[in-house]
Design a protein around this ligand. Structure first.
Ligand code: NI
Length: 207
């Protein structure tokens, strides 16, 4: 398993640390996912999802409502307020929205499509800290970021809901994680949402 991920190599900037915390949350979520819903079936640590349809169905409501959660918490902010960092160097509101939007498109969206289109694809890491540095999220529009996330999330969920049962067990290898099945993706998305919901709740309490 790989530990160097998502800005952990250069923790000098607070934003990097914030994205690294996000990664640590996701890593723990993956450990829970692999522990609770998958099995090691050979030396390559092939994991096969055991989530039931009921398990997955229980995740759709929170996955569906994450864009509305962002809009409800952030929509009334001025541009200056949206760019102000959260408590303890956590992400500003506009960074939260664009991080979620870009991860949804370039992380989860790309992984879902590669798992469907290819046999045992390699799934590159999405380096949230590097992407954030390169794209200067704080200079962007918060509302455009929420809309980008809303569209990407809706497209991913529509695709996931359209899958035939046999497709959920398609597998690939994700950089920094290992073997993942398509059926793991909804839970990974939900756990990632949850870590950001918690940060946004903390941001709300600190105001
Ligand atoms: Ni994150």
């Amino acid at each position: 398993m790989v530990s160097v991920h998502d800005g952990e190599r250069d923790g000098a900037r607070q934003a990097d640390a914030a994205y690294a915390r996000c990664w640590a949350d996701l890593r723990r979520a993956m450990d829970r996912t692999l522990g609770g819903h998958t099995t090691i079936v050979d030396s390559r640590e092939l994991s096969v999802t055991r989530m039931t349809h009921a398990d997955r169905d229980s995740l759709w409501p929170s996955l569906d409502t994450m864009p509305a959660f962002l809009a409800e918490r952030f929509a009334a902010l001025s541009r200056e307020q949206a760019a102000r960092p959260g408590p303890d160097g956590s992400l500003s509101p506009v960074e939260q929205c664009w991080h979620l939007a870009d991860l949804e498109r370039e992380g989860f969206g790309v992984r879902i499509r590669r798992l469907l289109a290819h046999e045992d694809p390699y799934l590159p890491d999405f380096d949230g800290a590097r992407v954030a540095r390169e794209r200067d999220y704080r200079s962007r529009s918060l509302l455009v970021g929420i809309q980008a996330f809303r569209e990407a999330r809706a497209a991913n969920l529509a695709l996931l809901r359209s899958l035939a049962p046999a497709q959920w067990t398609r597998t690939g290898t994700q950089e920094g994680v290992g073997r993942v099945a398509l059926g793991d993706l909804p839970r990974m998305m939900a756990e990632h949402d949850e870590s950001h919901r918690a940060e946004i709740e903390a941001w709300g309490r600190s105001r």
